[in-house]
Design a binder for this molecule. Sequence first.
Ligand code: G3H
Length: 258
Amino acid sequence: KMMDQLFGMHRLEKRLADHFGIARCVISTGDSDRQRKIIEEFGDYLNEALDFLLPEGNNIIAAMGGTTMAIVAERLTNLESEKRHNLFVPARGGIGEAVNLQANSVSSVMAMRANGDYRALYVPEQLSPATYRSLLQEPSILEVLNLISHANCVIHSIGRALHMAARRKMSEEEILMLKQKNAVAESFGYFFNENGEVIYKVPKIGIELNELQDVPVILAVAGGKSKAKAIKAYMKNAPKQTWLITDEAAANEILKGA
Ligand code: G3H
């Protein structure tokens, strides 16, 4: 019976990966909207995937923020070896999250759990364009930005557009605009419509969406029935090498009528 279930899940994983045209899907049983422990399980799968996918040598792993990322970060275990060294950096700085949900925090927790190193990106949230420009001339910030641009692994989640806009306290004008343009998904500070087209970008520093294409290892972690639409939209144009770690509830909702 257990083997049947396992086999059924593998079929669902294959079906979802084919549906999106991406490298691989890993699916947990259940619905992470209802159970936090499923998000922890995403973390265990993420840990296994990283161990499998990260090559020997010096890796630069760029992580995004959010509640999912904050939970999965805690589940990493040692990913170092004599031949493999990992440096964790935030993928994008300052998109308006609470401190514990910021990419800086997530990457430092990942580094701690995985016995790797980390570098933070210290850029305050609210700055005048002039201060922002001069901060970007700072050698210490340029150095981290340079590391980020050489990341060979990116780990991120996917959110619901309006939910993310509200949580990050975006302006009423911006929220109205997101509604008018039918935003359904958000990732990396980019907003996407149902066709996976970028309709808005929060102007922040770090990884740009077009740079993702050249990153060899990409892991997206997002689940729950409530995120099905968002995951579907983002995945329309996601880089083909992406692995998606999700749950049954999201997978079944996405494949409904497909
Ligand atoms: O960009 C996506 C968001 O970071 C997802 O946030 O994990 O709190 O749903 P969440």
